[in-house]
Design a protein around this ligand. Structure first.
Ligand SMILES: Nc1nc2c([nH]c(=O)n2[C@H]2C[C@H](O)[C@@H](COP(=O)(O)OP(=O)(O)OP(=O)(O)O)O2)c(=O)[nH]1
Length: 140
C-alpha cells in the first residue's frame, strides 16, 4: 500500500463556463478559430474558470475578453456536459448584456445571431448539442 502522502485525491473536473446571449429572439453563436481540431466549429462564448474565480466572475471576464461587453450572469441553461476527455465539464449560463453593449468577435473567426429555425445551421461543438436543445424554449 502506498503511504498516505502518495494517495492522490480524485481531482474534480475543470469547469468551462459559457454564455447564452439572446437578443431580439436570436442567440449568439461564435465560430472557433483554434485549436485546429475545433476550428470552424461553433460554440457559446466562454472559457475556463481560473483559480480563485467564481463561475460568474470567469464568465464575465470571458465576455469582456472575447466580445468586449459587460454582462450580468443569470440562470443556468441545461445540465453540466462532460467534455469528451472527461477532465472538464461545460456549464452554460444565460447572460444579460449591460450598458447597451454590442458583442464583437474579438477572438472568434465569426459570429452569428441565430433564430430558432437556424439553430441547426452551424456545426456545433459536440458538447454544445444538449445545450442547443434547450434553446427553443428560451427563444420562444
Ligand atoms: N468557450 C467554450 N468552450 C467550449 C464550448 N463547448 C466546448 O466543448 N468547449 C470546449 C472547447 C475547449 O476545449 C474548452 C474551452 O477552452 P477555451 O480555449 O475556450 O478556454 P479559454 O478561453 O480559457 O482559453 P485559454 O486561456 O486556455 O487559451 O471547452 C463552448 O460552448 N464554449
Amino acid at each position: 500500500m502506498p503511504s498516505e502522502q502518495y494517495v492522490k485525491a480524485p481531482s474534480s473536473p475543470r469547469v468551462i463556463v459559457a454564455a447564452v446571449i439572446i437578443a431580439g429572439g436570436r442567440v449568439l453563436a461564435c465560430q472557433r478559430s483554434s485549436p485546429p481540431e475545433a476550428a470552424g466549429k461553433w460554440e457559446f462564448p466562454g472559457g475556463k474558470v481560473e483559480r480563485g474565480e467564481t463561475d460568474q466572475q470567469a464568465l464575465a471576464r470571458e465576455c469582456r475578453e472575447e466580445l468586449g461587453i459587460s454582462v450580468e450572469v443569470g440562470a443556468r441553461v441545461g445540465p453540466d456536459v462532460p467534455l469528451a476527455h472527461g477532465r472538464a465539464v461545460l456549464r452554460v449560463f444565460a447572460v444579460e448584456v449591460l450598458d447597451g453593449g454590442v458583442p464583437e468577435a474579438l477572438e472568434h473567426a465569426a459570429m452569428r445571431w441565430l433564430a430558432v429555425d437556424q439553430l441547426d445551421s452551424v456545426p456545433w461543438l459536440p458538447a454544445d448539442v444538449p445545450i442547443v436543445a434547450e434553446l427553443p424554449a428560451l427563444l420562444a
